[in-house]
Design a binder for this molecule. Structure first.
Ligand SMILES: *Cc1c(COP(=O)(O)O)cnc(C)c1O
Length: 216
């Protein structure tokens, strides 16, 4: 399927569940530069990659109007290779990473704090109860703006349980926003992928990260 048709299907589904359409991030990690360009030509302007090489390659190839999201786990020693090309970092998942971003970034990086809501061993991110203290500790960090929270949901069939996890992240987002910290407005929620974005949107997601269903 071409990207334009996939996008239309997704947009129609989104419209059926909410009047507040989230920003769609085209996750191009599985596809070629040509396919990413096709997504751009279909009108998409937000792109996500989870590895440094792919990120830099797609960013160099696409028009400069595109906004680039780094969505993968980022090793501390590799921050300097990529951070100044990043518009949004979705994987702020530990203090050492925050320290390195603060040291290496030359512009303010819009960051999502990654939260491991379901407590899965295989996933990165803070436990929910650690998030407030972590964000408070970022006071005075000039290169980090906590724009929101991010999660990767577990692969489960139980839709009610799934929505509980999304709702939990939304509740936590409100708590962080309520701190009123100047570098942590925390208005956004990065949640929802190909197999769960409608549930995520129903619970208030503002950025969905779609790979398979959109570009392949
Ligand atoms: C790959 C990836 C996605 C997109 O996954 P799909 O299931 O292909 O939509 C979203 N978020 C992150 C962090 C990813 O690594």
């Amino acid at each position: 399927m071409n990207v334009k048709d996939n996008l239309k299907v997704i947009q129609d589904e989104i419209e059926s569940v909410t009047a507040h359409a989230p920003t769609i991030i085209a996750v191009t990690k599985y596809v070629t530069i040509d396919r990413a360009q096709e997504a751009y030509d279909a009108g998409l302007r937000h792109f996500g990659e989870n590895r440094i090489e792919g990120f830099l390659e797609k960013k160099a190839a696409l028009p400069s109007e595109a906004t680039f999201h780094f969505i993968g786990s980022l090793q501390t020693r590799k921050v300097k290779e990529v951070i100044n090309e990043v518009d949004y970092l979705h994987s702020l998942d530990r203090q050492s990473l925050a320290d390195e971003v603060e040291k290496r970034a030359e512009h303010t990086i819009k960051c999502f704090v990654q939260v491991n809501v379901a407590g899965e061993d295989s996933k990165h991110g803070f436990a929910p109860e650690e998030v407030i203290a972590f964000v408070k500790g970022l006071q005075g960090f000039e290169k980090i703006e906590v724009v929101g929270l991010m999660m990767m949901a577990p692969h489960i069939e139980d839709q009610i349980q799934l929505r509980t996890y999304f709702a939990e992240l939304k509740e936590l987002q409100h708590q962080v926003a309520a701190l009123g910290q100047s570098n942590a407005p925390c208005k956004e929620l990065s949640m929802g992928m190909s197999n769960d974005y409608l549930s995520a949107i129903s619970e208030g997601s503002t950025f969905i990260r779609i790979g398979t269903k959109l570009v392949g």
